[in-house]
Design a protein around this ligand. Structure first.
Ligand code: FES
Length: 560
């Protein structure tokens, strides 16, 4: 039930005084008495001049407020940290947990009966969902929505798969500096998140599947009027939750997390989503096992034909039927008794028919884009606690290989030597990057190691690449990521040396360092942890960040 303005009183040792003072100060904001007496819906706004993906935040906030007011409640907008993916140093990943803490504490500390969380860019939706599950106050997730595509000399462009595609061609000498400049101005041309099924759109799809976002809202383009209608509806839904509360922990459960994993596979989603979903689930005390992930991947076909794996962009996905069409197609594989923020089960949600599905973009279960899911987990002597490969975006001829390791000790070493004409590297080699995991480097999206320039210029498009880093959800290639434990904490990755043999077997779900265990132990025996910074958030981060298998959440924030 609603507590309105008097929820969570400030401590003065006199409750009546606290009520009197709060109401008096609230009146200074010019809000009328009847509204102050009713339910309050918080709106977590994450607009920032350092976050292009959230450029439409003001009109989304207005639309959510409209929905709350129309339903008889008082909207209260409050800011939290915003994370613009490409504007943060060293990586946005380092600050996801900080944003989750900010979100959780501000939801809990301020008087609100429900909250609408508005996020979009890669780390913001995971952070908001993590915070919401921990605060456990009724919450509705609204995403800012994907960008629309641009054009360059007749070709359709969308961030950020095309960013990488053209940068690769520029590195290979196929296009000029003038052309790359022209492309730069046309890759990201509207408000909204990256235009493909990258991390942001994958997380939006997951939020809708979990039941935390309203049905049909994940894929609406950022600049479409339907996005504002979705915002208004989210405000009304949050108001309904003030009367009949459903908490995030009733929505985020083992079953809804399994449904989200299915969708992650079916949309050919981002590898990053595994980490974020593990962290969100972890807040509810739910763990994701690698065996279960692989079983779900083997049972769940890829249904959508979108970049970076396929052809289309998010605007095509929306026009084709969006998540509603995907979920209806996946229905035989889903848990149907999960609950959403509108109080409906998955079965009830999917009972309503869709009037149109474009099968060029969203395939049927019977005729999928690919028979198996997009991601697989690997284990083996190189990654005892797991690693991830996006097989849907990889080169099948590289799935079963044994190659010679070409090792880069860290990001700086990579940047210094990758294009050195003297680098001893062949197309059949395995590129290995160390010290780019959560503890060492806040897990940058550096796992998509560039093909060494001299090989790129010979036409080499893909090689096996292995690291403890992440990769952008918009990237592609035979890239083994999230090797756990990371090298900085003494994982076997730290023991790899130039010339060692490494074997990848996607069929067996294995990644192995072909060096005797005694020799690996000897090499690791003098491994030392790097010193932890002495102050500030960096110290908190390094002391408490967990490994990728636990979602890189802080150990003290995880649920039980
Ligand atoms: Fe924000 Fe891609 S940079 S979603």
């Amino acid at each position: 039930m609603s507590h309105g303005l008097f929820g969570g009183l400030t401590n003065y040792g006199d409750r009546d005084f606290a009520r009197y003072l709060r109401r008096s100060f609230a009146r200074s904001m010019g809000v009328s008495g009847p509204l102050l007496d009713g339910p309050i819906v918080g709106i977590a706004a994450t607009g920032s001049d350092f976050n292009n993906c959230h450029r439409a935040m003001p009109e989304l906030v207005d639309a959510v407020s409209r929905g709350v007011l129309a339903a008889g409640g008082l909207p209260r907008v409050f800011p939290t940290i915003s994370l613009g993916e490409v504007f943060l140093n060293p990586t946005s990943m380092m600050f996801r947990n900080l944003m989750a803490m900010d979100t959780e504490e501000m939801i809990r500390a301020q008087p609100m009966d429900a909250v609408v969380l508005i996020g979009g860019c890669d780390k913001t939706v995971p952070a908001q969902l993590m915070g919401a599950v921990s605060a456990n106050i009724p919450a509705v997730q609204l995403v800012t929505g994907p960008m629309s595509t641009g054009r360059y000399r007749g070709e359709r462009l969308g961030a950020c798969t095309d960013c990488r595609r053209f940068w690769g061609r520029y590195r290979a000498g196929e296009i000029s500096a003038g052309e790359i400049g022209g492309i730069e101005g046309n890759l990201a041309v509207t408000a909204g998140t990256c235009a493909v099924m990258g991390t942001a759109s994958t997380m939006a799809s997951i939020a809708e599947t979990l039941g935390m976002a309203l049905p049909g809202t994940a894929a609406i383009p950022a600049v479409h009027s339907a996005r504002l209608l979705a915002a208004e509806a989210s405000g009304r839904a949050a108001m309904a939750l003030t009367m009949n509360p459903i908490t995030p922990r009733q929505v985020v459960t083992e079953k809804s997390v399994e449904n989200a994993l299915r969708v992650l596979m079916a949309v050919g989603g981002s590898t990053n989503a595994i980490i974020h979903l593990a962290a969100i689930a972890g807040r509810a005390g739910v763990t994701i096992s690698l065996d279960r992930l692989n079983a779900i991947s083997d049972e769940t076909p890829v249904l959508v034909d979108l970049k970076p794996v396929g052809e289309g962009y998010m605007e095509d996905f929306f026009a084709a039927g969006g998540m509603g069409a995907v979920l209806r197609e996946l229905k035989p594989l889903l848990h149907l008794d999960t609950l959403d923020v509108e109080g409906r089960t998955m079965e009830q949600r999917l009972d309503e028919p869709l009037d149109f599905v474009d099968r060029k973009v969203i395939h049927t279960l019977a005729a999928p884009v690919s028979a198996v899911g997009g991601l697989v987990a690997l284990t083996g002597s190189l990654a005892p606690l797991g690693a991830i490969l996006k097989r849907a975006a990889a080169t099948e001829s590289l799935f079963e290989i044994e190659g010679r390791a070409v090792v880069f000790e860290n990001l700086e070493d990579l940047a210094t030597r990758i294009d050195d004409p003297a680098l001893d590297v062949m197309p059949s080699d395995v590129l290995v990057l160390k010290n780019a995991g959560p503890r060492a480097a806040a897990m940058p999206e550096a796992g998509y190691l560039p093909i060494p320039k001299k090989l790129a210029q010979q036409g080499v498009k893909d090689m096996v690449r292995i690291s403890d880093a992440r990769m952008s959800g918009t990237a592609f290639g035979t890239v083994v990521l999230h090797v756990t434990p990371e090298s900085a904490v003494g994982g076997p990755l730290a023991a790899v040396r130039n010339g060692d043999r490494i074997r990848l077997s996607v069929k067996d779900r294995r990644i192995d360092l072909l060096v005797e265990a005694d020799e690996v132990a000897r090499r690791l025996s003098d491994h030392q942890l790097s010193p932890v910074p002495e102050r500030g958030y960096a110290a908190l981060y390094q002391r408490h960040v967990t490994q990728a298998d636990r979602g890189c959440d802080f150990d003290f924030l995880m649920g039980r």
